[in-house]
Design a protein around this ligand. Structure first.
Ligand code: FAD
Length: 341
């Protein structure tokens, strides 16, 4: 994270539509950077249904959300997209040279003549745990995502939740932290069975602690947590001392900072024309689930089509002096050589 970058097109959102946009832009010689608050590409496919089969991708009988993401990544690899993951695009400004500057919450700055918003249903944001007073510790010693493992080095940490994130981070932070205590309100989990098994093995070896309990409150002051108060059947209330807590209570999608980018909104989405998928602001395009126009269908295949037309519109901002030459991939010799490399 951090640093200043320049590119042809900044794509906000690395869901399936943002990913395929890299290919369509690449065909026309435009490079792209992608920004996503998730720690992985794939948007809803990767986060909400990685293992579910999708049946309406043209010419593919059945493909899971995760496999579709992998295949899109393979397809766009020759165009060398740059990913800024675990970063939220928070501000948009226009420079004196007419180019756009996007800044992320981690201070990364990317400049480009074109913005493509492929933000889907909005940015994935963590659901807050219903713990009284939790906001006093947020961002100091209570976190909803791991941005740097180092933050937890040699610390006594509590991890709350019963899904894949809670389990994965329990396994990943066990070697880093001084101690890890996992708290879940039920003995069973909504996570990959393999992760649950590995967690239970660590608990049996006493390398981590696992409590079936409800979190009732937090102790500490000045943003520094000192203990989590829990209640468990047969045990009553007790404190688990800790220096940091990670809570994974799932994610929701919110429009977020894009609402302030100055483009016309319609029904909490972004209004676009259906010729170029450009918004009310010249040079800012929008494709995928976030785009609104009469008859829009929130389907991956619609977003792929939108990516192709957007790229043709974006080309004229990226290369104002060049003439766009339309060609089929079957006859694009330069492209075939690039992909073969
Ligand atoms: P998304 O996949 O929503 O990705 C957008 C990304 O943008 C997200 O990762 C988000 O974190 C990121 N983002 C947004 N704002 C910001 C910001 N400010 N900064 C950083 N990152 C940001 N469609 C089909 O065609 N066929 C199906 O069978 C099908 N099944 C589905 C099943 C389920 C359970 C669900 C939930 C959806 C299904 N869909 C299906 C719909 C499909 O997943 C969406 O149409 C598709 O994901 C839209 O892609 P996208 O790239 O527009 O957005």
């Amino acid at each position: 994270p951090g640093g200043a970058h320049e590119t042809d097109v900044i794509i906000i959102g690395a869901g399936p539509c943002g990913l395929f946009a890299v290919f369509e832009l690449g065909l026309l010689g435009a490079k792209a950077h992608l920004i996503d608050i998730l720690d992985k590409p794939g948007g809803q496919c990767a986060e909400l249904y990685p293992e579910k089969p999708i049946l309406d991708i043209p010419a593919i009988k059945s493909i899971t959300g995760e496999d579709l993401t992998q295949k899109l990544l393979e397809q766009i690899a020759p165009f060398e997209p740059k990913f800024h993951l675990s970063e939220m695009a928070v501000s948009l400004d226009k420079g004196e040279d007419g180019r756009w500057l996007i800044e992320t919450d981690l201070g990364t700055r990317v400049t480009a003549p074109v913005i493509c918003i492929a933000a889907g249903g909005g940015s994935f944001q963590p659901k807050k745990p219903p713990i009284p007073g939790v906001e006093d510790f947020e961002g100091e010693t209570v976190f909803y995502a791991v941005r740097k493992r180092e933050t937890f080095k040699d610390k006594d940490i509590v991890i709350a939740g019963g899904g894949d994130s809670a389990l994965d981070w329990t396994l990943n932070l066990e070697p880093v932290a001084r101690s890890v205590t996992l708290i879940h309100r039920r003995p069973d989990f909504r996570a990959a069975p393999d992760s649950v098994e590995r967690m239970r093995a660590l608990a049996n070896e006493e390398k981590i602690d696992f409590h079936v309990a409800q979190i009732k409150g937090l102790k500490g002051s000045g943003g520094q947590i000192s203990a989590v108060t829990v209640e468990a059947e047969g045990k009553g209330r007790y404190d688990i001392p800790c220096e940091a807590m990670l809570a994974f209570y799932g994610l929701t999608m919110k429009l977020g900072p894009i609402a302030e980018f100055g483009v016309n909104l319609a029904e909490n989405r972004i209004e676009v024309d259906t010729e170029k998928f450009e918004t009310s602001v010249p040079g800012i395009f929008c494709i995928g689930d976030m785009a609104w126009y009469p008859g829009k269908l929130k389907l991956i295949l619609s977003g792929f089509h939108e990516a192709a037309l957007m790229s043709h519109g974006a080309f004229h901002y990226a290369f104002p002096d060049k003439k766009l030459k339309f060609q089929h991939t079957t006859s694009a010799k330069g492209l075939q050589a690039q992909i073969a490399r």
